[in-house]
Design a protein around this ligand. Structure first.
Ligand code: PGA
Length: 641
C-alpha cells in the first residue's frame, strides 16, 4: 500500500511509519500497544490535536464515530481531555456508523442511547450536530433516509477521521460479508455471528434486532483518515485476515488496505495472530531460544504434517528456520529431540510437580478463580476433579453471579413449580408468602418488555438458580459445595454488558479470600479476553490484588476460557484427560441448564479432544483429551488495563 498520507498522524510518532521487515505480511499500517488504555490515549491525543488545529483555523472537525465495547475507553479518554484539559467539541460534527433497525430511540441498546451515555452527555457537543441513522423510520422511508444521511455527510465537508471497530465477521459498521467496496448507507440484514455476539447485551439472541442501517463501505472509505481499533484475543483471527489476507468483500475490514490513510490500532492480544507475533521467524532474523525453537518446530511439523521426530535438516532449511540447526552432523536430530522433550515434559498429570511445589503426595491448598460459574469447569473441570481425587484442599471462587446469562425460562420454571407446590397446602401462611413471591417473579418477567432489563428480584432468583446448578455440577467433580466461595462481584451486579466498571469495593473480597486460604496454587482465566468482558474485569481485579499482596510462594496458572485452548507450542502444562474424565466434565457442564449449556458441553469436549489430537499428530502419546495451562508471571498492573 502507499505510505504517503494526506494528513500527518500523531499515531505515526507512536509506532513505525515505514513497514519494517517484521511487518511485511501486513498490507495496512498496524500499530500495536500493550493494552487498550494506552492505545486509546494515543488515539484521543491525535483526535484532540486535530480538533484544536482545525478549530484554530476556524474550521469544523467532522468525526465518524463507532459503538460497541471497543471504543468505550477511547470515549472515556476524550471525556477526560474535555474535563481536565479543556478540549472543546463545540466545533465538532459527528456521524455514527450505524443503528439497529426497529429499536425505539431510548432503548438501552440503541446506539443513540449508547452515544449519549458514553460521550455526548459528557462533553460540550451541540446535539444538533450529532448524527446517527434513525432505526425507527418506516420501511418505505429507509431509502430516502439513507440518501439524506449521505448528503449530510457531504454537506459537512466529508468525514475527517472515522473511528471503526471490527466484528467477528470482519464487518466495519454493520457491513456484513458480501458488502461491496462502493456500498452506500443502507439497510442490512445482520449476520448470525453478529447477532450471537450481541445476544448478551439483549439478554438473549431472540431479542437482538435482525437488521440495521449502516454507512456503506464506500461511505467509510471516503473518510480522509480511518482508525480501526480491536482488543482481545477473540479478535486476533479476524484482524489477521483483514490485515494480511486478500482484499475481499468476505471481510469488509480488508477494504481498509485500499485506503491511503488507514491504521489498525491493536492491543497485544488482538495483534497476536499477525505473522510477526505468531511466526516471527517468517518475518526476519530472530534469536533462537528454547521457547522460540519449540514454537517454530511445532509450526514446521504442522505445516509439513510430519511428526517432530521425523523432521529432516532439509525441512528446517527449506522452510526458513535452518538457523535453529547448529551445523553439527546430527543437528536436526538434536533439534527434533530438544523440542520433543520440551513438549513431552509439558504433558503432566502431576500438577503439583509441574508447579515446582514438590509432588502430588503433598497436600496443597489450591484456589481456582472462575469469572462466572461455568468458566472454571469449562476451562479445567477434569484437572479440578483430578486435584480433588488426589486429596488436595481445593477451593473454587466464583467471581460473578452470572445471573445475566440465566434464561427467563429457568426463572419462570422455578416460579411455576413453586406455585404448584404452594397449591398443595394453600391455607398455610408460608404457602401464601411463597405464592406471592412466585407471582411477583412471573409478573416482573411479563412486564420486562422490550428493554429486557430484569428486576432486582428476578436477578436475585437467577443468581440462586445458577448457584444450584453450580453446586450440582461441582458435586459431579467431587467437590463439596462448602468449598465454593460465591463472591458476587458488585461490578457485575450493578452493570450491563459492555458497561462494567470495577472499583475498590471489588478488590476487597478477593483480597480477603487470598488471605484466608493462602493458596499454594492459583488458577485463573480472562487475561486475554475483551477488556470490557466480565472475564477480563475479574482478571484485572485479581491482578490488582496480586500486585499489593505479592505472595511469592503461590504458583499462578492461567487456563483458557471458552475460546481457543493453548496450543502445544504455547502450553506450559497439558494435563491428560481420560475418556471417563472427559465424560464426567461434560456431565458437569450439562448441569448448567439455566444458561442452556448443552451445546457448550459438546463444543468443549470436541475442543479438549482436538488438543490431544494435536499432540498425537506431533508424534507424542495419544490421549483422549487434554486441558492446557500457561504459567502467569505478573506484569505491571498497567498491562492488564
Ligand atoms: P465490539 O463490536 O466493539 O462490541 O467488539 C465491534 C463491531 O461489531 O464492530
Amino acid at each position: 500500500m502507499s505510505e504517503t498520507s494526506p494528513t500527518v498522524s500523531i499515531l505515526d510518532a507512536v509506532g513505525q511509519k515505514q513497514l519494517t521487515q517484521s511487518e511485511r505480511f501486513e498490507k495496512v499500517r498496524t500499530l500495536v500497544h500493550p493494552n487498550s488504555t494506552s492505545a486509546c490515549t494515543a488515539l484521543a491525543a491525535e483526535v484532540a490535536d486535530l480538533i484544536r488545529a482545525r478549530t484554530q483555523e476556524n474550521l469544523d472537525t467532522v468525526l465518524g464515530l463507532a459503538t460497541g465495547s471497543t471504543p468505550v475507553p477511547f470515549y472515556r479518554e476524550l471525556i477526560r481531555l474535555h474535563r481536565e484539559e479543556g478540549l472543546s467539541f463545540r466545533r465538532v460534527i459527528t456521524f455514527n456508523l450505524d443503528e439497529y433497525y426497529g429499536l425505539s430511540r431510548d432503548h438501552p441498546e440503541s446506539y443513540l442511547r449508547f452515544m449519549r451515555d458514553q460521550l455526548f452527555d459528557h462533553v460540550d457537543l451541540d446535539p444538533s450536530r450529532t448524527h446517527i441513522p434513525d432505526g425507527t423510520v418506516s420501511p418505505d422511508d429507509v431509502y430516502h433516509h439513507c440518501l439524506d444521511y449521505e448528503r449530510r455527510i457531504a454537506d459537512a465537508g466529508g468525514i475527517d477521521l472515522q473511528i471503526l471497530g471490527i466484528g467477528r465477521t470482519g464487518h466495519i459498521g454493520f457491513n456484513e460479508p458480501g458488502s461491496p467496496i462502493d456500498s452506500p448507507t443502507r439497510m442490512i440484514v445482520l449476520d448470525r455471528v453478529t447477532r450471537q455476539d450481541a445476544a448478551a447485551d439483549f439478554m438473549g439472541i431472540a431479542n437482538v434486532p435482525r437488521s440495521a442501517i449502516t454507512m456503506g463501505v464506500g461511505t467509510i472509505l471516503a473518510a480522509k483518515r480511518l482508525v480501526l481499533m480491536a482488543w482481545g484475543a477473540g479478535k486476533a483471527e479476524i484482524v489477521r485476515e483483514a490485515v494480511e489476507g486478500p482484499i475481499s468483500d468476505i471481510v469488509s475490514a480488508s477494504f481498509l488496505q485500499t485506503h491511503s490513510n488507514a491504521t489498525f490500532l491493536l492491543d497485544a492480544e488482538a495483534a497476536s495472530g499477525l505473522t510477526r507475533f505468531r511466526q516471527p521467524w517468517r518475518t526476519g532474523q530472530i534469536a533462537w531460544d528454547a521457547t522460540m525453537q519449540k514454537r517454530a518446530t511445532v509450526w514446521l511439523s504442522r505445516t509439513l504434517e510430519k511428526p517432530i521426530l521425523k523432521l529432516l535438516a532439509d525441512d528446517y532449511a527449506e522452510n526458513g528456520i535452518g538457523g535453529i540447526l547448529t551445523g553439527e552432523l546430527n543437528a536436526a536430530e538434536k533439534a527434533n529431540e530438544d523440542t520433543f522433550q520440551l513438549l513431552q515434559s509439558a504433558v503432566n498429570g502431576d500438577v503439583i510437580q509441574a508447579s515446582g511445589q514438590g509432588n502430588t503426595t503433598e497436600i496443597k491448598k489450591i484456589l481456582i478463580f472462575s469469572p462466572d460459574p461455568l468458566d472454571g469447569i469449562v476451562g479445567m473441570g477434569a484437572t479440578l476433579a483430578r486435584l480433588i481425587a488426589q486429596g488436595h484442599d481445593v477451593h473454587l471462587a466464583i467471581q460473578t453471579s452470572g445471573n445475566l446469562r440465566v434464561t427467563d425460562s429457568a426463572a419462570r420454571g422455578f416460579s411455576e413449580t413453586t406455585k404448584g407446590l404452594t397449591a398443595l397446602d394453600a391455607a398455610s401462611d408460608s404457602s401464601s408468602a411463597m405464592a406471592d413471591y412466585a407471582n411477583e417473579i412471573l409478573r416482573d418477567l411479563d412486564e420486562k418488555g422490550e428493554f429486557g432489563t430484569d428486576s432486582p428480584s428476578v436477578r436475585a432468583l437467577k443468581s440462586q438458580i445458577l448457584r444450584a446448578d453450580t453446586n450440582q455440577a461441582i458435586r459431579i467433580l467431587g467437590l463439596e459445595p462448602s468449598r465454593i466461595h460465591f463472591i458476587d462481584a458488585s461490578f457485575y451486579e450493578n452493570g450491563r454488558y459492555r458497561r462494567f466498571r470495577f472499583d475498590e469495593a471489588d478488590l476487597v473480597p478477593v483480597r480477603e479470600l487470598l488471605d484466608q486460604i493462602s493458596p499454594d496454587l492459583i488458577f485463573i482465566t480472562g487475561d486475554a479476553n475483551d477488556p470490557s468482558s466480565p472475564q477480563r474485569i475479574a482478571f484485572r481485579i485479581f491482578a490488582e490484588v496480586w500486585q499489593t499482596t505479592l505472595d511469592s510462594h503461590s504458583t499462578v496458572w492461567l487456563f483458557p476460557g471458552s475460546g481457543k485452548p493453548y496450543g502445544a507450542q504455547e502450553s506450559d502444562l497439558s494435563v491428560p484427560v481420560s475418556p471417563d474424565q472427559l465424560k464426567q466434565k461434560a456431565d458437569a457442564i450439562q448441569r448448567f441448564r439455566s444458561v442452556g449449556a448443552d451445546e457448550t458441553a459438546d463444543t468443549i469436549t470436541a475442543r479438549d479432544r482436538r488438543v490431544a489430537t494435536e499432540y498425537d499428530t506431533l508424534g507424542l502419546a495419544e490421549y483422549e483429551a487434554m486441558e492446557t495451562f500457561r504459567r502467569w508471571t505478573p506484569l505491571s498492573a498497567a498491562d492488564h488495563q
